[in-house]
Design a binder for this molecule. Structure first.
Ligand code: ATP
Length: 484
């Protein structure tokens, strides 16, 4: 099956089974905004928990915070977002479609690569980087025309000029809104960490090196929305800023680069599906940056960024706020502004990794026929439900016995109860939402105190004692994969 078809299936499956819905769907939706349904919100929460455990619970020198979305507007001047958080956009006059100029050029470079013309691709990307660096928007337009880049809809080169478009959403605060009250919806969670650096360091008596982690919403008015939840206007980030002694930034950059890749692989995802991609053009605040990319059905794309941000942010906030943001290092008897290594991953992109990676259509024998089984092999620790409790029939005391077992497991595991339809059908429904284990209660349960436990991935079934269910589930669903 073509990769595009697989991706279409993933999208429709996630809607059909309550993972992701278009936002405001009954009003025909809202561009690049999505809602998470009953199963999606469980999966999303579990991804966030898995990250939080790995970063905060497993590292004694990393603590978490929860800063607000609204922040003082000067923060975004200091961070550089007001002046330079822009994307270059261009419109095609025939189709009236809008594009990011850099993405049009990157796609052309991919085309050159696919045709074996690597030098041409490299030259094109180099020229683009130079033009972006100089903010030469006319030059970017010329590059598009020169390389015969056409609009995929109209197939013409009838382009407007290139303009810069700031990605921050703004709104007004207070009842008498005038210009001075303009504030922004944060485009990243990182700045909430920087402005709390001293608060956390002092109250937590933190010693360098240490990290501050945070999970929260971010907003970007993306020019083009594409690829489902890959590029959204409202999304969630899991970020950690790690504060280090100047001169030790390279060492810690390498450390976190490796640690973060280990986190991804700890979920059992095939190594071949991941790669590092160094940034060619560094952001104004960085001295090194790398993306962790996953091979989505539409190609390798960024899921996480690791950035060595120098002392740029704290320095800027010190200057703009007039407050000292320094650390006294007792080991070397010196005051300094720490350097920062950032790890930044999108919750929604990670969610998409899990969906794409786990969606399978398998042929299974059913007597003389071959059926298609749709299954999500979600890592058990992330699965919305860990176990489904299924009485074989809806009578003769089986549902009551099933409820008894469910009540025992409920405090520890998210359980799904289902007594409707034939057992085979119920198994398939659980496969489709990724429930790793099904426990079936039948007539023999009354005699031998045993139930059947079915494994989602290999469909094996075995009889186990009711008294052992809890322990067996604990052995199979836990955070041990995070242990090094
Ligand atoms: P891209 O190049 O794809 O626009 P970026 O380099 O701007 O991403 P960062 O600013 O480094 O992204 O943000 C860190 C992470 O936040 C990204 O790796 C991604 O997982 C996530 N992210 C960024 N923008 C979006 C978005 N519009 N929708 C969903 N997730 C996003």
């Amino acid at each position: 099956m073509a990769n595009e078809d697989i991706f279409k299936k993933v999208i429709s499956h996630s809607k059909e089974y309550g993972f992701v819905f278009p936002s405001s769907e009954i009003y025909d939706g809202l561009g690049a905004v999505y809602d998470y349904g009953q199963n999606g919100s469980e999966l999303k929460k579990n991804i966030k928990d898995y990250w939080w455990k790995a970063m905060v619970q497993f590292n004694e020198n990393v603590v978490g915070i929860d800063s607000s979305i609204f922040m003082h507007p000067t923060i975004w001047k200091a961070s550089g977002h007001v002046d330079s958080f822009n994307d270059p956009m261009i419109d095609n006059k025939d189709s009236n479609k809008r594009y990011r100029a850099d993405e049009l050029i990157e796609s052309k470079a991919d085309e050159y690569m696919a045709a074996g013309n690597e030098d041409k691709a490299a030259t094109l990307l180099n020229r683009m980087s130079n033009l972006l660096e100089k903010n030469d928007l006319d030059g970017l337009r010329d590059l598009i025309i020169e390389n015969d880049i056409v609009c995929p809809i109209s197939n013409t080169k009838n382009w407007t000029s290139v303009r810069q478009f700031n990605l921050m959403f703004s709104t007004k605060m207070g009842s008498t809104a005038d210009e001075a009250d303009e504030i922004y919806l944060r485009p990243e969670t990182a700045q909430g960490i920087f402005v709390n650096f001293i608060n956390v360091q002092k109250t937590g008596r933190m010693k360098i090196p240490f990290g501050i982690a945070q999970i929260g919403k971010a907003f970007r008015n993306e020019i083009i929305a594409r690829q489902f939840i890959m590029r959204m206007r409202e999304f969630e980030q899991m970020e950690m800023q790690f504060f280090v002694r100047p001169g030790e930034d390279r060492k810690w950059y390498e450390y976190w680069k490796e640690e973060r890749m280990k986190w991804h692989l700890s979920l059992g995802i095939n190594k071949e599906y991941y790669r590092y991609k160094d940034h060619v053009k560094l952001a104004h605040y960085a001295n090194a940056a790398v993306d962790i990319e996953y091979m989505f059905p539409f190609g390798f794309k960024e899921v996480e960024g690791i950035h060595s941000r120098t002392d740029f942010d704290l320095k800027q906030h010190q200057e703009f706020s007039g407050k000292k943001l320094q650390y006294f290092d007792p080991e070397i008897n010196k005051n300094y502004i720490p350097y920062v290594i950032e790890t930044s991953i999108g919750v929604d992109r990670m969610f998409l990794v899990i969906l794409c990676n786990s969606f399978k259509e398998e042929e299974v024998k059913n007597g003389d026929k071959v059926d298609i089984r749709t299954v999500l092999n979600i890592p058990p620790i992330l699965a919305p439900y860990k176990v489904a409790i299924l009485p074989l029939v809806k009578k003769d005391g089986l549902p009551e016995k099933a409820r008894e077992i469910m009540n025992k497991l409920k405090p520890h595991f998210n359980c799904f109860y289902d007594e409707k339809d034939a057992i085979g059908k119920r198994y398939r429904r659980q496969d489709a939402i990724g429930t790793p284990y099904c426990v079936t209660i039948d007539y023999d349960t009354f005699n031998d105190g045993q139930v059947t436990i079915r494994n989602r991935d290999n469909m094996f079934q075995e009889r186990i004692s009711i008294d052992n269910i809890e322990k067996i589930l604990f052995d199979k669903v836990n955070y041990n994969s995070l242990l090094k």
